[in-house]
Design a protein around this ligand. Structure first.
Ligand code: AMP
Length: 404
């Protein structure tokens, strides 16, 4: 069912959101984008006469246990996001209960009035969440009439609140929220596009993180640009000298294999021509530009060079569909951000010229945000790992369960 076709009047909606937001040492929310992203769905439910019961995880309490083996509830409680949530839902009654299941939660849900919001505690405080436990999912489902999944960032997890819970709602009573709907529509559009040329830019640190992505892209794109740390594995595999640059020797065979497959499929693989090298992994290191594959000993490549920027830019400006995953350099260091900035500008320009551009599945969204160009691309995903898996061609459990 589509969220727009559900009548929320007088109903309670269990809404799986992604409030896994960053917190500072005093537990203040330092970036409320994920909370903001859930607002349209929440407001829609409330404006249509419904009440919203919000569930989310926050961090990994099951991994960061206290010395006595118990969960650190003080650090991982969702109570930390309540003030920010209230600021984002002005004029709304927003309640919080420090439990996820049990009689007090059921009672709070029963008392919830149309137009009100109830946030439950971190779903990962219950061991059943990550196991996809049916009893836990059923207890959540018992709180509401309708289930809405708006947590795209958690869609690659087969957890109780993202997947199992759908079993307890009929297809007419469950739907994706607007955020998730948008992510799916845009990712599908980019991945299945036949508006050519289609260009993928991939970067980031490791080939091993991106192998499945590269394999899947080979079946879909005309141009595959490879930059970032992972390009040095390709360079070394082709006989280049890469000095101390990041490299996965055990992936060199696979890299060559990918290049062969690309050639067989007629995909144009574009690797860097030159590189900005440094004599240490630091913003203050000495730097120079060298040709790709000619990095001296004790130096390492931390960004693409100007010839590469021109080459990548030319391909991007001619593209009609662009998918971007991963920065082409260590953009966190100002002195090595120029390549990623230039790529962001070219993607923005190509978008202005009519291309459809999607950014997601890695640190590239953070990079584009840092460069202030987020509103100049067609779509920037909120889901890091989830978008990466989507672009790898995997079926995400959170999507599959809803559509079952
Ligand atoms: P990902 O999350 O896969 O998009 O990877 C992003 C990370 O890759 C960023 O933290 C970048 O600093 C890193 N990265 C990009 N280029 C390089 C490089 N040449 N050497 C080392 N790390 C890099």
């Amino acid at each position: 069912m589509k969220i727009n076709s559900i009548n929320f009047n007088g109903k309670k909606a269990l809404v799986r959101v992604d409030f896994n937001v960053p917190l500072d040492d005093n537990y203040n929310v330092t970036d409320d984008n994920r909370i903001k992203a859930a607002v349209p769905t929440i407001e829609h439910i409330l404006n249509n006469g419904g009440a919203a019961i919000l569930v989310s995880h926050l961090g990994r309490p099951e991994k960061k246990l206290l010395p006595d083996g118990s969960m650190n509830k003080e650090r991982f409680t969702l109570e930390h996001v309540v003030d920010t949530l209230r600021q984002n839902l002005p004029g709304r009654v927003v309640k919080f209960i420090n439990a996820i299941t049990g009689p007090a939660v059921q009672d709070a849900a029963n008392k919830l009035q149309p137009g009100e919001v109830l946030l439950l505690e971190n779903t990962r405080f219950d061991k059943g969440e990550k196991k996809g436990d049916e009893t836990f999912a059923q207890a959540l489902a018992a709180l509401a009439d309708v289930y809405i999944n708006d947590a795209f960032g958690s869609a690659h997890r087969e957890h109780a609140s993202t997947a199992t819970v759908t079993k307890f709602f009929t297809p007419e009573n469950r739907a994706f929220g607007f955020l998730m709907e948008n992510e799916i529509i845009n990712a599908t559009k980019a991945l299945n596009s036949d508006t050519r040329p289609i260009t993928a830019i991939t970067g980031g640190a490791k080939v091993s993180d991106k192998l499945l992505l590269l394999e899947n892209l080979l079946n879909r794109v005309d141009n595959l640009i490879i930059g970032g740390g992972m390009s040095y594995t390709f360079s070394k595999a082709q006989g280049g000298k890469i000095g101390n640059s990041i490299c996965e020797d055990d992936k060199m065979e696979l890299a060559l294999d990918l290049l062969k497959k690309a050639a067989a499929k007629g995909v144009n693989v574009i690797l860097p021509l030159d590189t900005k090298i440094a004599d240490g992994f630091s913003n203050d290191a000495n730097t120079k530009f060298v040709e790709a594959g000619q990095i001296p000993d004790n130096w390492e490549g931390l960004d693409i060079g100007p010839k590469t920027i021109d080459l990548f830019g030319k391909v991007l400006l001619e593209s009609k569909t662009i998918l971007w995953n991963g920065p082409v350099g260590v953009f966190e260091f100002e002195n090595f951000a120029a390549g990623t900035r230039a790529i962001a500008e070219y993607v923005a320009k190509a978008t202005e010229l009519g291309a459809f551009s999607l950014i997601g599945g890695g640190d590239s969204v953070a990079a584009v945000k840092q460069m202030g160009l987020l509103d100049k691309v067609s779509f920037a995903s909120t889901g890091g790992g989830a978008m990466l898996e989507f672009l790898e061609g995997k079926e995400l459990p959170g999507i599959k369960a809803m559509e079952a």
